[in-house]
Design a protein around this ligand. Sequence first.
Ligand SMILES: Nc1ncnc2c1ncn2[C@@H]1O[C@H](COP(=O)(O)OP(=O)(O)OP(=O)(O)O)[C@@H](O)[C@H]1O
Ligand SMILES: [Mg+2]
Length: 265
Amino acid sequence: MCKIIAIANQKGGVGKTTTAINLGIGLVNKGNRVLLVDLDPQGNATQGLGFDADALEITISTILRKMIGKDYAIMKKYGILSHEEGIDLMPANIELSVIETELISTFFGREKMLKTYLDMIRDEYDYIIIDCMPSLNLITINALVAADEVIIPLHAQYYSVKGLEQLLQTISSVKANGLNGSLVISGILYTCVNDRTTSFRDIQQILKLGYGGDVKIYESYIPRSVKAEEAPSYGRSIYAYDASGRVSSAYNMFTEEFLLTEKGW
Ligand SMILES: Nc1ncnc2c1ncn2[C@@H]1O[C@H](COP(=O)(O)OP(=O)(O)OP(=O)(O)O)[C@@H](O)[C@H]1O
Ligand SMILES: [Mg+2]
């Protein structure tokens, strides 16, 4: 059975895309069929897997426009790209920013367009990972409505914790308003961690005290490393770019922890 995971945090630059790519390929490396859906007009997941986002004719925007127009006659692999490391990708580019306006003016089911699409193709995959944009807009709501679980990457800094409240509230509203009653928060993943500083340990403490009872905080965390920054410009995962590095083993450990605690909190 396929599980759909949204990687979300409205704060920018917290490691959503890096996590989406490396959890995705981590799951592929453990024998799963994985689709990564780029749901960000910045197209970072698309570029980070080595594709020229602006040159693509079929993207998630094409798909969403079809769903809005109730045109469901699409082939399962329509527009899906394959990456050499074994992950499939539904790409995105700047055109996605126009789709939000089109969604807003759609009268019925505007929060469910992505879900309608993913429900049509989910039996082809073990996991579908959605890389969300840094905003809590209608497109991100579409991801939360389509998803079974949410992973929240978080920088271990004081100000990151403040934005978390708003995200948790949005997730609660999606559940409470009957849009996706079974949505589960898989957990919070610390990224870009400098584990030599005391502030990381302080933030861990703040989060455990504030949210520890409600939201799982993964034991694994991703250290800061320049290799993680470089990998996307080569269109590769951290496993292919720096196999023996710390970030590679951290994402591998996180993938294993994710699989172990898959049932959510
Ligand atoms: N562990 C890490 N160590 C060092 N740099 C990292 C690490 N993880 C991510 N980065 C870098 O930090 C920047 C932001 O990461 P990323 O693009 O994954 O965040 P994001 O949350 O997807 O951003 P956005 O909100 O813009 O979509 C990128 O340049 C990325 O290469
Ligand atoms: Mg991103």
